[in-house]
Design a protein around this ligand. Sequence first.
Ligand code: 26Y
Length: 822
Amino acid sequence: NWDNIDAQITMQKESLANFFVHYLKFFGGKDRYSASELDVYNALAYTIRDHIIEKWLATKVLYNKSHSKRIYYLSMEYLLGRLFSNNIINLGADKEFREGLKKLGVDWEDYTPWERESALGNGGLGRLAACFLDSMATLNLPAIGYGLRYEYGIFRQDICQGYQVEEPDEWLKFDNIWEMKRIEHTVPVHFGGEVETYHIDGVEKFNWCPSYTVLGIPYDMPVVGYGNNIVNTLRLWSAKVSEEFDLQDFNQGNYIDAVSEKVEGETLTKVLYPDDRTESGRELRFRQQYFFVCCSIQDIMRKFLKESSDFRDFPKKAVIQLNDTHPSISIAELMRILVDEKHLPWDVAWDITRKSFGYTNHTILPEALEKWPVEFFQRHLPRHLQIIYKLNQHFLQEVSVQNPGDNDILRRMSLVEEYPQKKIRMAHLAIIGSTSVNGVSEIHSEILKEQVMPDFYNSFPHKFNNKTNGITPRRWLLQANPSLAKLITEKIGKEWITDLSQLKKLEKYADDKDFRKRFDKIKLENKKKLAKLIEIETGVVVEDDAIFDVQIKRIHEYKRQLMNILHVIHLYCELRDHKNFKDAPQRVFLFAGKAAPGYYMAKMIIKLILNVAKVINNDELIKDKIKVVFIPNYKVSLAETIIPATDISEQISTAGKEASGTGNMKFALNGALTIGTLDGANIEIMNEVGKENIFTFGLDIDEIKAKREGNYEPYQLYSENPNIKKVIDLIQSNFFSLHEPGIFEPICNSLLTQDQYFVFADFNAYMECHEKILQEYKNQKQWTKKAILNVARMGKFSSDRTINEYAADIWKVSPVKPKKGK
Ligand code: 26Y
């Protein structure tokens, strides 16, 4: 019978080696003589996948029996990174796997580099979604992540003559062992056409007659919870054009049209948009968003209908969290389904919809707030446009009742922006269509209420709330820094892995000499690994015991990599002028990050960093006291090597610009000290670790605001501040661009005439802060104490804490645990 056979398939430690050899032979067609390292990796991954599938099936049964409300997390981006190690660790199969394969002489850790990284995201927002998946599974929450299965993730960054060059990321070139195609859950997605009106019993009804259809094919990836036997699902949609659809057109003789439409349809999930800054208004991205939304909402509906046929129950059975406005067309789509297809009255449908959504905002940069031209809707989603217009009409009616005679507020709050081009404001739609609107750090949530959406905050104060971001300690400590994790576990037990607040117990070891010694030794070992990697990737040789000062993140003007490199130039000038090297340790300034392909300034900042690196690294006059390194192609796996080796974490955005930051948390958790502005989660990190254990500097939000409103004159700062002047003059003299004179003029000009992000205004404070850091670093004992206290006080920044708050305050969903004794 089924159950008996099932039990036989269940994996045993003793049989791991047998399974491995089985996969190598019967999946890979290889034996130990002919197997390549990739073959071995594949066989190892298939072996571990069996374990996962057992738990995956059991989790589905558990959730179905619980009849719990489900969490649907909608995100256009997931930056998962590699999954092999993570899955083994979360399964708790680490030791078992190592020992089980020992007799074959195979150590699984040697094969991890053979996995192609999954990089279906740009940066913070996509990585946050990945950390959230890990936490939701670990917390036994019945959650499904929905996303797109881009054929090409974020581009690979090559450096050619100091310039960023983008290459396609062919992550699917070899088998993706972690995904399973679920052809039976394929859904149709319609686009274009017209809307017909008809009447039933005097009620006006609408019938959308679309002009073409694309199919959404789901691929499921398992999300393994840590040590709890839970395996959740990440469902990614891939676009395909249906065969029958072609046939119609082919038969009508429109061969060319049919073929080009097929190609068009399948481009929908070809590539991730690599710009996390401006919505460049591209029509393909708009269609991509609807494709995503339409597939996911149909799937959610199908699951709901297995539980109930009364749509009034929908908010009790489902909650849909929108990761930024990218999937916010969902709100119009759910309305369309409820009103047009399920024939619910408008008000009932709106009530259901509003109760079912939550919206997370990740940015206050005005240029990143999404607005879609009305003409896109007209062309591709005519019925959704009607729905949005009607929602707007009702909404503005309410606003006007609340604010009699105030036409300006109607214009400000409207879902439709009239000038200069008619556009739909997606954030407004997301706010009115959700029960909850949250920011991602305390200060960001305040800015959201007070500066970005004050009218909406006044109308719906109860919707607004904060959920400070977090990171998963499984990947960012247990996996990335195994030696530190081991030391911690040795001292305080392993509870910290699922309850990060336990790290508090480490505080007392800050005064323990032996502990400090071991802590330092681990940092040094991690630095050695990083130094090797730097040499391999860039050819630059750095000392193992150098001070590693690191800024790794997307390249953006507001993140101020420019201020960092200007300061490096300043230090370089100082060294050349005063030649006072003495016993100062080497300082390595490490950068990594991608620039959006169309972001000229960001690309020039990379070029400047690389040119400065070349000059400084080869100048014998400064006796190797400074090294500047730009590691190409920043990605999750690179972060996993860099962060555990870092001494100083650069978090230096212009105050008010970084919604939260999550890299800042990863560094502090691994014992780096932060140099940071009073921005985003830096402020909360400061509150946790204590002012003495972090280096903050620079203008705060109010001061920045005052500067912006006053007349800020960067040129004056340049002429009055000899340090700034020297650095800028040196760049302008082509010292770093001998063979390409003038290339950095746009950077200098922008600083001298505008300096939008207040680099000059913060420069002195930044410089002085670095001087203080250097002084403090000399006292190794004090430094290590501070580093340990940083680790000990990072409990708040576990994404488990964040997800618990989402579950309790927004989703109203409790963990689903198996009944005791089963
Ligand atoms: C609309 C399109 C152009 C777009 C695509 C991606 C716009 C924005 C993005 C991504 C934004 C992003 O990554 N934001 C970051 O989210 C993190 C997680 O909340 C924050 O920690 C970080 O401060 C914020 O910049």
